[in-house]
Structure formats: C-alpha cells, structure tokens
Write a protein that binds this ligand. Structure first.
Ligand code: BJW
Ligand code: ZN
Length: 246
C-alpha cells in the first residue's frame, strides 16, 4: 500500500501511527552531529589507531595507559557535547508510543540526557568503571580522569564499563533488546554501520518477526538492501520529521 509513496517521512509516520510497539537501534551516527566522532569512516582514527584495534581486551592488556588515554580523550569530548534534535525526537516518540524500546550501541549517555527513558545500552557506558580484580562497578562522571590508569579501592586496575570485541554483551540488557526487536511492529535503525554483531542482528531479527524496518543513515550499509525503507538522511534531518504532524 505504501510501496509507491515517495516521502519517506510520511511513510514512516504512518507506520508509527499504526504501531503499538516500536523499537529503535542507534549507533555512533546519531551522535555525530553532536560533535562526537564515529568509529569508522572520516574521523574514525585516534592518533594512528583504529577503533577495531583499541576496542579490544588485548589492547587494554597490552597497554592500559594508552587505552585509558583514548577513553579520557573521548570522555572530554562527550562531556562538552549536547544531545541533538535527533536524540530529542526519539525521546518525544517514546512519550507517544504505547511500548517503546531504545537499544543503543552508544556509550555516550546522550540518549539519557535527551530524556529517553527505556534505554538498553548494549555496549555499556563510558561513565562506568569496573575493577578487573574484584569486578566492582561504579560511576565516575569526571570528564577527564586525573590518574591513568584509574584504580579501584581494592587496589585493582579499573577498566571502562564498555563491551569490547570478543566480549559478551550484558546478558539481561541483550535479552531485553532481542525481546523488543521480536515484539516490534516498527524498527528504526539510526546511524549505525550495521557491521558489529550481535547488535546488527537485531535488524534481521525484527524483520523476520514481522516488523517494518526503516534505516536512517547518511550512507549505505549492509542492511540497506534488506530493510523496508532506506532513508538516506542525517539523524537530525530525518528524526524530527517523524514527530511532526503531516
Ligand atoms: C550517520 C551520521 C548522521 C554518520 N546521521 N547517520 C559474526 C561475524 C564476524 C564476527 C563476529 C560475528 N559476530 C560477532 C563477531 C565478533 C564481533 C564483530 O561483530 N565483529 C565485526 C566487526 C565483524 N563482535 C563482538 O565481538 C561482540 N561480542 C560478541 O559477539 O560476543 C560473543 C562472543 C564472545 C566471544 C567470542 C565470540 C563471540 C562485541 C562487540 C563490541 C563492540 N564494541 C565497540 C566499542 C564499545 C566501547 C567504546 O565505545 O569504546 O562498540 S566497537 C564500536 O562499533 C562500538 C560501536 O557501538 C560499534 C558499532 O559502531 P557504530 O555505532 O555502527 O558506528 P560506526 O562508526 O561504525 O558507524 C557510524 C554510522 O553512522 C555510519 O554508517 C555512518 O554512515 C552513519 N552516520 N553521521 C545518520 N549525521
Ligand atoms: Zn576492586
């Protein structure tokens, strides 16, 4: 029925209006317009390192100080960044939809600051620290940690409370994301390269369970060809249009 409609905003608004359950998967692209570098593509390098190298337990084991310098640099950028109109539109959408789940791969906390409530942080949170010795977790929101690498009160080495390559996702968070994808009438996939699994697998999961899937991204991704609608637009261009009345 909607196949020949040309305005992507109108099409997705109609899907949303008819949906009782909406899920959203976000990635670094939604925070790009807040000034936070993405992982891949232009600006995806820190010094001479690729994120694929730095975001590993091996890199941390080899050189915790270097790893923490990267996280400190990112904490500094994130601390001065503000949520954008894309984050805000998702928070508003949540207030309008009966059942809404936001699964984010981002560790920056901008969805929280924009007012989203039900947020599943599948890759953890950059403001959380975890002891590698006693596994204690705590929050430290200082933009830049004064002593690197930081220590736990037990004397153990602290690591960022994020998920690196080769590590499992937090189980309860991940299973809630799977449930939300399976239950969704509509899934919005925003600003992710859809390369990193299992998060990217939520797209197919939702679609095979019957959801309409719309991708919002400035570039093509591996899921562009399989989704119901691939909208080539920036997050701050597209998302605010979804909460406007036609
Ligand atoms: C815009 C925009 C604008 C820009 N508007 N859009 C199957 C096959 C092969 C390998 C695997 C597999 N399954 C699992 C794996 C291994 C691995 C993996 O996926 N590898 C692939 C790279 C192939 N996965 C894992 O290891 C995961 N764990 C796991 O599978 O556990 C089970 C297991 C355990 C043990 C052994 C084996 C399995 C864990 C993945 C953890 C990812 N961690 C990171 C770092 C988090 C901490 C930190 O922030 O430091 O997560 S890596 C990094 O990538 C980060 C991101 O969340 C994640 C995804 O990136 P994202 O968000 O998509 O960003 P970009 O930069 O890639 O893309 C930005 C997009 O935005 C682009 O498309 C732009 O076009 C777009 N854009 N401006 C709209 N204004
Ligand atoms: Zn400890």
């Amino acid at each position: 029925m909607h196949a020949f409609q040309s305005d992507p905003a109108e099409t997705v608004r109609e899907w949303l209006a008819a949906a009782s359950s909406v899920a959203v998967l976000t990635g670094a692209g939604i925070s790009a317009e807040s000034g936070i570098p993405t992982f891949r593509g232009p600006g995806g390098l820190w010094r001479t390192y690729r994120a694929e190298y730095l975001a590993t337990p091996q890199a941390f084991a080899r050189d915790p100080h270097l790893s923490w310098e990267w996280y400190n640099w990112r904490r500094g950028i994130i601390a001065t960044a503000e949520p954008n109109t894309g984050h805000a539109a998702l928070a508003e959408l949540e207030r309008r939809v009966p059942s809404f789940t936001l699964a984010t791969q981002n560790v920056d906390g901008l969805h929280d600051r924009a007012g989203s409530r039900r947020i599943l942080k599948v890759h953890g949170d950059i403001w959380t620290l975890r002891c590698t010795a006693c596994t204690r977790e705590w929050s430290d929101r200082r933009p830049s940690l004064p002593e690197l690498p930081p220590k736990c009160e037990c004397g153990g080495l602290a690591r960022p409370g994020v998920v690196w390559f080769g590590e499992g996702l937090p189980e309860d968070v991940w299973s809630a994301a799977v449930d939300a994808a399976r239950a969704a009438d509509v899934l919005l996939v925003v600003g992710t390269s859809a390369l990193v699994y299992p998060a990217a697998g939520l797209v197919q999961l939702a679609q095979s369970a019957g959801a309409k899937v719309a991708e919002i991204n400035v570039a093509e991704t591996p899921v562009s060809a399989m989704v119901d609608l691939s909208w080539r637009a920036s997050a701050t261009t597209a998302l605010p249009q979804l909460i406007q009345s036609a």
